[in-house]
Design a protein around this ligand. Sequence first.
Ligand code: CUA
Length: 334
Amino acid sequence: RRIACLLGTLLLLSLAGCAGDRSILDPAGPAARDVRLIWWVMLGFATVVLIVVTALWLYAFKPRSVLRTPAQERRIARRWIVGGGIMLPVATITALLLFGVPAGQRMLTLPMGEPPEVIEVIGHQWWWEVRYPGAEGGEVVTANQLVMPAGEPVDFHVSGADVIHAFWVPRLGGKIDMLPGRVNKIRLQADEPAVFGAQCAELCGVGHAHMQLHVEALPRSEFEAWLTARQESALSELSVADATYDDARDAFMTHCARCHQVAGVSQGGIGPTLSDVGGRATLGAGVIAMEEGAVSHWLQHHQTLKPGNKMPTHSDIETDTLDALGAWLEALSP
Ligand code: CUA
């Protein structure tokens, strides 16, 4: 009984990990509900297989009362190999396949009525580039945050810039590889406005664990407003609006502009765009929360906070300059 109690407690403890913003067992959209169903069915199948195999294994230890001839032994062995080794796995896998294929089909970006919103997500070592090619008024580009309309299907076109990454929003559906030189597509939907956690799901180097993505589903009208605020022209105005940040802009041009874009100030193109960085939830692809002073803190400690990231250390820059830079970047909040 004590063993049963212990096993029960362990099972309950393990289920405590099933909630939260990255749980496939807590779906928030149709594709994720399919994934959850398949997960439970596979767990059920696996449990049955475990019980049957364990029972057979114990049965094999049973002492035999009659001695069999070698021919009889061979016949019995053949029966087990054909039945248990071939037919049973074929039947089990076929059943799971018949069950899983339609769910996979539903995540394909097949043509349907109104074409859904397209969002391009590109994996970099170790951050996310997010593009909205269909935005009214011109393409919108951001990084490390994915805002999507709620209550409607969205087609994600994903690829990798350097190595293979994988796009995975556990509460919205299955993961999909992001390959350099190829665009993979998946259709996902968030039923209600909410915030979701997402994570790169393919080992992509030393920063893999620190490649997280903040996903937010908004009502259609708020989504449109969010896009409008991130139009190149709006962001350009934001970045040069305030003369008190002139020194910070100069420092940015000296130290950051060759890698980072800020609309109206620099082209960048190597690291994530910073045009709207002040409006993001996190810094460093989910490493620290965005709050007052966070950017300066990040600039001083980023190699400790996210070891191996490709931005050089800034030990040669005065702390005052980093503080000023941080204040300006935090003000880039559309
Ligand atoms: Cu990108 Cu793992």
